[in-house]
Design a protein. Structure first.
Length: 266
């Protein structure tokens, strides 16, 4: 799979190691940690500028040191991400479905674009123009997103069951691009290898840090593309289950030594 971009690695580092410090990290510490990941200083500063323009980071000095802290929006995005990225639960058919229907005036097309982008980011599929669908367990995250972006006045959310007609598993393949998702999961498994081939015991803390940050950065987008669809509706031997098992196994091995390295680099 393609190497993660520096700004994606920075978001991972902030999500893992800055929130315990109120969301702040010094520039010097960030540059040091990113150097461990093979990212040079110029790329770090360029990526910080992009994250600042996007409203994810903002500059703040602390104890005389220059640094950046996560904005309220950045903290909210990471908090919502925790529920998705580190959640092993999968929906069941009994949970039902969440439908999102929205109507945005032509004069506010930018909000329509934002709505579509955010629903896609949360993992919604589309059943018809203007009708979006997701497993019902995403209702809380969807409500939070709509309120946070002041879009709740343009959308209605419904909770229901699929009653008829046709084969639901076949429809799910149309509503979500499972072929693409399967390729991405296979790339993840190929990039990070069988869990048993990567024991933590003989890895030093720095190596664990590098492996864990890259693992989490590669994994982060997958739970959004796959919204936890019921296993009954997925192809046999779904590679996403193997990918999740690999991620959580390696996380258990690498998270603690990676944190030790991040702390000693402060």
């Amino acid at each position: 799979m393609e190497s993660a971009q520096p700004r994606h690695l920075i978001v991972t580092v902030y999500g893992l190691y800055a929130r315990g410090e109120g969301g702040w990290m010094s520039v010097a510490r960030l540059i040091s940690l990113m150097a461990d990941l093979g990212v040079d200083q110029a790329a770090v500063r360029s990526s910080i500028s992009r994250l600042k323009r996007r409203g994810m980071l903002r500059p703040r000095r602390q104890g005389g040191a220059a640094g950046y802290e996560l904005s309220e929006e950045g903290l909210a995005i990471l908090k919502e991400g925790d529920r998705r990225i580190f959640n092993q639960d999968r929906a069941t058919l009994a949970d039902g479905w969440l439908l999102a229907v929205f109507s945005v005036p032509e004069s506010e097309r930018n909000k329509r674009h934002t709505l579509r982008t955010q629903l896609t980011r949360l993992g919604f599929g589309t059943t018809a123009p203007g009708v979006w669908i997701a497993p019902a367990h995403l209702s809380g995250a969807t409500e939070d997103m709509l309120r946070r972006l002041d879009l709740n006045g343009y959308a209605d959310l419904f909770h229901g069951q699929h009653l008829a007609f046709g084969d639901l598993a076949e429809k799910v393949r149309r509503w979500w691009d499972l072929d693409q998702l399967e390729r991405l999961y296979a790339e993840f498994v190929g990039a990070h290898g069988p869990a048993e081939d990567a024991p933590a015991d003989d890895q030093d803390d720095r190596s664990a840090f590098v492996k864990y940050v890259r693992l989490l950065t590669d994994w982060r987008r997958l739970p959004y593309l796959d919204p936890g669809l019921p296993a009954e509706l997925l192809p046999d031997n779904w590679v996403g289950i193997r990918a999740a098992d690999l991620f959580f196994t390696l996380q258990a091995q690498w998270a603690r030594p990676a944190e030790r390295h991040a702390v000693t680099s402060s």
